[in-house]
Design a protein around this ligand. Structure first.
Ligand SMILES: C[C@H](N)C(=O)N[C@@H](CCCCN)C(=O)O
Length: 451
């Protein structure tokens, strides 16, 4: 009784938001590293002789270990067994080691002549590093979600989640904006080196957060991570998998994110080759969705909180995605202005769907199943994040080469954009099915969170 009356660390607004700022910095560095190689696609082709299939292999490698070695599932188990501090540090160390390996492969092994399983040594080892990084980044993602639930329960939890995602977008946009200019000014791998340094800063930041978190645990005495809430359990897995809402959200998540993250990885080259946008700013425009989402995700999140309509908003976002990808697919539209406007529209869709989707998960599942549900949804999402870039890379090499300039292939992006359009159509169908299921099963997705 006495302990409950004591002011805890997270009762102070400044301290809990300060704690969030610390871990958000780690995630910002993670999103920077995740995106920083993408704008360099054409330079990788000219300088390091990576073809599109190899670029696709590298991009998809982010999710390889998560999908084929079930790393997100093990990560969820470790998180529940050993807690936020241990898992967060482990995840951040994996990100640092993975990025270190990626950097070493792109610098020290760039001239190596051998192959591993048919891939250049440098591509294979860089992909292995990026894969290790991907495990760390995804496990860090679920760890930070759980951290927010712990520090902000009964307080500004939804806002905190929105702010963390928005700050992560700063990392993405920075990566898209600086990669090409930095690589031109220094070395092609300098942007990766900067990411590695930021991640080491993120690791130090997470150690600093751990001091605060330990203090909070001492104050609340009962170890939050050992409470039955938000534990990963195989019994819950069965319950979650039998819920139709899970499959609809997971499918929408994998389809929607497959049209955004993998598309962005190829978008810099699309901007340059089809729309004639200058190389030095192409990355900035490819990163516009992240920049838009930075401002709009908290705004739309607030709207969903106050007015509801989450299922309708997800449908709207998916419909906008179809329009964007379909217009990018049209071979006769080559105006750079249209390309930029489409990126802005994509940014709006990229804000609408996540701000409605992630809080919907919390409506469909009870609190004690949330951690498990997020880990499973991330797992299914990673299948798309692995498969789609791999597929697009192969399609580009096989069917889309239309010439050569300055040692790099020129590609016609019509077919890849048709593939993205098809996936976006499927995402709209699933979003519609979710709205129907919402009425049938009473998930209350269309209702406001704040009444
Ligand atoms: C890539 C990662 N698995 C992901 O989906 N990230 C989301 C944010 C998820 C937040 C969940 N509380 C994103 O939109 O970046």
């Amino acid at each position: 009784m006495k302990e409950q009356n004591l002011k805890k660390l997270n009762d102070s607004r400044a301290i809990r938001w300060g704690a969030l700022a610390i871990v958000a910095f780690t995630m910002m560095a993670a999103y920077y590293v995740n995106d920083v190689v993408a704008p360099l696609k054409t330079m990788l082709e000219t300088d390091l002789k990576w073809d599109s299939s190899e670029f696709g292999l590298f991009t998809g490698a982010y999710s390889f270990l998560n999908v084929f070695f079930l790393m997100l599932i093990w990560g969820g188990l470790i998180l529940d067994r050993f807690g936020i501090r241990f898992t967060g540090k482990l995840a951040t160390i994996l990100m640092v080691l993975g990025t270190g390996l990626e950097y070493y492969a792109m610098t020290g092994m760039a001239d190596a002549t051998g192959t591993i399983w048919g891939y250049k040594v440098s591509v294979f080892v860089a992909s292995a590093g990026y894969s290790v990084f991907g495990v760390g980044a995804e496990v860090a993602g679920i760890t930070v979600t759980k951290m927010i639930a712990k520090w902000f329960r009964g307080k500004e939890m939804a806002t905190a989640m929105g702010v963390q995602v928005a700050l992560a977008r700063v990392g993405s946009q920075a990566a898209y904006a600086v990669a090409i200019p930095m690589a031109r000014a220094y070395e092609i791998t300098t942007p990766v080196l900067v990411g590695l340094i930021c991640l080491i800063g993120g690791l130090i930041a997470f150690f600093a957060f751990s001091v605060l978190d330990k203090k909070l645990d001492r104050q609340i005495e009962a170890e939050v991570d050992n409470s039955p809430e938000e534990k990963f359990s195989f019994k819950d897995v069965a319950k979650i998998l039998s819920n139709p809402g899970f499959w609809l959200i997971a499918l929408l998540c994998v389809l929607f994110y497959s049209c955004v993250f993998p598309f962005q990885k190829f978008a810099s080259e699309l901007m340059i080759s089809k729309y004639g946008i200058d190389e030095s700013v192409a990355g900035f425009f490819a990163g516009l969705p992240a920049l838009g989402a930075l401002f709009l995700t908290p705004v739309f999140g607030g709207m969903v909180d106050k007015r509801g309509k989450a299922a309708s908003i997800m449908m709207l976002g998916a419909a906008m995605l179809i329009a964007v990808h379909c217009i990018y697919a049209l071979p006769f539209i080559t105006s750079s202005w249209i390309a930029i406007v489409l990126m802005i529209v994509l940014g709006i869709a990229f804000s609408l769907v996540p701000s409605a989707m992630w809080p919907s998960v919390a409506k469909i599942f009870p609190a004690h199943q949330l951690g498990t549900a997020y880990a499973l949804i991330f797992f299914i999402q990673n299948i798309g994040l692995w498969g789609i870039p791999t597929l697009i890379g192969i399609v580009l090499d096989k069917y889309c080469v239309v010439g050569k300039a300055n040692g790099a292939n020129l590609y016609d992006y019509t077919l890849p954009m048709c593939i993205f359009t098809g996936i976006a159509v499927l995402s709209l169908i699933i979003a519609f099915a979710l709205k129907v299921a919402d009425k049938k099963f009473g998930y209350k997705l269309e209702e406001a969170n704040i009444k």
